[in-house]
Design a protein around this ligand. Structure first.
Ligand code: GLA
Length: 437
């Protein structure tokens, strides 16, 4: 009965809820507190790690001084537990005064001065997931105005402690209220995650008109199991999820946990590769002050980032699941290029996987493949060339595949493509040998 009511209400939602902020034409990139720092509010005993303005200033410093910003990691995102337990006498949300003595507007200035953007967290419902003040329907407008007045650039709108009807009304209402502030504020909705993440309960076409990005599924935890359960779910349901994504509207399989405690180096590469294939937000939740070199190299891999940020914004798919427990993922990219990921679910030893581009649906032609993590290029591939890749257990090989120059005489044939495949967007990792096509 409830379900029928929801469907009827869905049909009634006016088109004027449309979010038209022009933001997030590529998936958002940045840093978010939650997975790594949770609701640590014990600033007396744990001043370095508690949710406080210092933590966000520290991360803004790292993003701007350690090369992250230039790579696109631009949002510094506050998650739950920033608020005071009470709204102010004016009805507005307010930060905890002891942990954010300078207030959010000042923190926004600090972040903006470093060329970065500020994200904040609120919750459609009577309380946030950790019990801080929620945004009930009557508070949607005032909260949107408050965030805009502070200079917030991104809102994660969670959904604990609300029912389906409140969500149905509240998420579009917040979209409208953010638009009405006149400040461009990217809008991340957790709505689908609270109603099972799948059609017909989730109407992804409508959602794309309301939100820039949305959480579909469970929270990521700091483990390979958690990460696998997430990308398994996204792959199993790719027919429903993949068409929903595009510039300005993204599925969100949750934060990058690379640099924490739960993943091996191989598994960290797997997260980076699959999040790039899925056109997922690249939102790290780690401690940027003490990142290992391995984690840094993976997160700052320019080719993986360029694939994630490809302007066509087509989400990729799992193409194959072999009996050998090798899987192949694929994403079409701009300029006739493609990304391929070969993933091993094996637990024994590096596996030599044999295939050809034709077996992976490529059309006839000449190709080259740039290996995103090793930096090596395979030349002279035609669609039918048999190739082999060696894939480590729980690891990946990721290829950027692009049309090769046909022959020296043929220079007129793909001028645009060839120019683009100098891959200057990958920056320093591009070797002169094929940068000069
Ligand atoms: C939910 C969200 C998480 C995080 C927590 C905060 O579980 O899905 O991403 O925001 O709430 O309490």
């Amino acid at each position: 009965m409830e379900y029928v009511r929801v469907l009827l209400l869905l049909a009634l939602i006016p088109v004027s809820t449309s979010l038209d902020n022009g933001l997030l034409r590529t998936p958002p990139m940045g840093w978010m507190a939650w997975e790594r720092f949770r609701c640590d509010i014990d600033c007396n005993n744990d001043p370095e790690n508690c949710i406080s303005e210092k933590l966000f200033r520290d991360m803004a410093d790292r993003l701007s001084e350690d090369g992250w910003r230039e790579l696109g990691y631009e949002y510094v995102m506050i998650d739950d537990c920033w608020m005071s337990m009470q709204r102010g006498s004016d009805g507005r949300l307010q930060p905890d005064p002891a942990r954010f003595p300078g207030g959010i507007a000042n923190l926004a200035k600090y972040i903006h001065n470093r060329g970065l953007k500020l994200g904040i967290y609120a919750d459609m419902g009577s309380a946030t997931c950790m019990g801080y003040p929620g945004t009930t329907l009557d508070k949607v407008e005032i909260d949107a105005k408050t965030f805009a007045s502070w200079g917030v650039d991104y809102l994660k709108f969670d959904g604990c402690n609300s029912n389906v009807i409140e969500q149905l009304i509240g998420y579009p209402l917040m979209s409208k209220a953010l638009n009405a502030t006149g400040r461009p504020i990217a809008y991340s909705c957790s709505w689908p995650a609270y109603i099972g993440g799948l059609p017909p309960k989730v109407n992804y076409y409508l959602l794309g008109d309301i939100c820039n990005v949305w959480r579909n599924f469970d929270d990521i935890q700091d483990s390979w199991d958690s990460m696998q359960s997430i990308f398994n779910w996204f792959s199993i349901h790719q027919d429903d999820l993949q068409p929903a994504a595009g510039p300005g509207r993204w599925n969100d399989p949750d934060m990058l946990i690379i640099g924490n405690f739960g993943l091996s180096v191989e598994q960290a590469r797997t997260q980076m590769a699959l999040w790039a294939i899925m056109a997922a937000p690249l939102i790290m939740s780690n401690d940027l002050r003490s990142l290992s070199n391995d984690a840094r190299a993976i997160l700052q891999n320019r080719a993986a980032i360029a694939i994630n940020q490809d302007p066509r914004g087509i989400q990729g798919r799992r193409l194959l699941q072999e009996k050998s427990r090798i899987e192949v993922y694929w994403r079409p990219l701009s300029h006739l290029a493609n990304a391929l990921v070969f993933l091993s679910r094996r637990q024994d030893m590096p596996y030599l996987y044999h295939s050809s581009l034709a077996k992976l649906n490529f059309t006839a032609g000449s190709y080259e493949a740039y290996d995103v993590f090793s930096g090596k290029t395979t030349t002279g591939l035609t669609a039918t060339t048999e190739f082999k890749v060696s894939i480590n257990p729980s690891g990946v090989v990721m290829w950027y595949v692009y049309p090769a120059k046909q022959s020296p005489k043929d220079t007129g044939r793909y001028p645009y493509t060839r120019r683009k495949h100098r891959l200057s967007s990958f920056g320093k990792i591009i070797k002169p040998s094929y940068a000069v096509l």
